[in-house]
Design a protein around this ligand. Structure first.
Ligand SMILES: [Zn+2]
Ligand SMILES: [Zn+2]
Length: 376
């Protein structure tokens, strides 16, 4: 589960935006993985905490629910990875959204994420995915066809012709990296660059695979089943870990990002976790009270209308809204009452209404055909 982000940054819950930024910069400096005493895990935690707390909306959500739906970690190939789930909860474990604090690092450490994410990692793919209203509310499994670079079947991604030797790269001695030293204003700093001979793989095939010309990748259409979790909404983005293009000679695959758009519903609209709709209620029912049938995403439900209900009154149907991600709770359905005034009255009805009006002490000009109060 997500650790306490405030604790991670060592700040109180009341911390200001400036406090958060200051704490983050200090800790990010301290734990940066390229530094001698750096710690990638801590760095990741600090980043994660900052991604949430620096965004007022996410911070509010975190304060309220204790999560922004991004804890859950890892996510193997093909699985849905809630850690990348986002309406911009966009921290995804690999692509740190670098704060400007890192501009000062990039010069010293050879380009921040550039080193971690060399060009042999597979390309991330982006895709629009369209969902029906209920699919978004309750979740759905979708089958996608993705045209992408996938693992070469012949060499299984190694880039070497089957049954031929793969040698350790002579230039980097199989490490994939070339180390060096650089002088900076902070003194000598060790640098690491990707080996250009083997593209960082540390291996060189004796005989490159004829099918993929040694790249280990082959373009094809891959069919993929994706579980879309309940509660997603338009504008959200889902990261499917490892389902981007595969990397050069078996290097890490990129990720697949699904951009969600949700169809409009004829009667429901959505406001975050709440579902909104209107319910017509007859004049009589509104006055006397009673029960009506209302449509919800769960089907029809019986709703009590209190006596004396005014048009525009909002009735809250608990737990009929959108499921809260990674929780068993749900939002509410807000039903706005629209009182329907009768338009065509029979003679007898008119008589009764007039009597009603008299009874309540109101004078009504019946001849005009509408209620009109005498104001004297
Ligand atoms: Zn191949
Ligand atoms: Zn090499």
């Amino acid at each position: 589960m997500a650790s306490d982000y405030y604790q991670t940054l060592g700040i109180p819950k009341t911390a200001s935006a400036d406090d958060i930024k200051r704490a983050y910069r200090k800790l990010a400096h301290e734990h940066h993985p390229d530094k001698d005493k750096g710690n990638a895990d801590k760095f990741k935690e600090v980043n994660e905490a900052y991604q949430v707390l620096s965004d007022p909306q996410k911070r509010q959500q975190y304060d309220q629910y204790g999560t922004t739906f991004q804890n859950g970690g890892g996510g193997g190939r093909g699985g849905f990875d809630p850690s990348g789930f986002s309406q911009g909860f966009g921290f995804n474990g690999q692509n740190f959204e670098f704060d400007d604090a890192f501009d000062i690092f990039s010069d010293i450490f050879g380009g921040g994420q550039g080193r971690r994410q060399s060009n042999r990692r597979g390309v991330d793919l982006e895709m629009e995915i369209n969902l029906g209203f209920s699919e978004a509310v309750f979740g759905v499994e979708k089958e996608l066809s993705i045209d992408k670079k996938d693992t070469c079947a012949k060499c299984e991604g190694s880039g070497a012709e089957p049954n031929t030797k793969v040698e350790a790269c002579p230039k980097c001695h199989g490490t994939g990296q070339i180390r060096g030293m650089r002088r900076t204003i902070f003194g000598q700093v060790s640098t690491v660059v990707t080996c250009d001979r083997c593209d960082g793989t540390g291996k060189v095939p004796d005989h490159p695979c004829t099918e993929c010309k040694g790249t280990g990748t082959k373009r094809r259409v891959k069919r993929l089943k994706i579980k879309i979790p309940a509660g997603v909404d338009s504008g959200m983005r889902i990261r499917v870990s490892g389902e981007g293009e595969v990397g050069y000679r078996g290097s890490n695959a990129g990720d697949l990002y699904l951009h969600i758009s949700v169809d409009k519903h004829p009667i429901f609209t959505r406001n975050g976790l709440e579902i909104l709709s209107e319910a017509p209620v007859s004049f009589y029912q509104a006055a006397l009270g009673g029960e009506i049938e209302a449509d919800t995403v769960d089907g029809k439900v019986t709703v009590k209308v209190p006596a004396g209900t005014q048009s525009g009154k909002v009735l809250r149907l608990k737990n009929r809204g959108v499921p809260i991600m990674q929780s068993s709770r749900r939002g509410d359905h807000l039903l706005t009452v629209r009182v329907v005034t009768p338009t065509k009255l029979t003679k007898k009805e008119k008589e009764i209404f007039k009597k009603l009006a008299d009874e309540s002490g109101e004078s009504v000009n019946v001849d005009q055909g509408f209620w009109s109060r005498f104001t004297s």
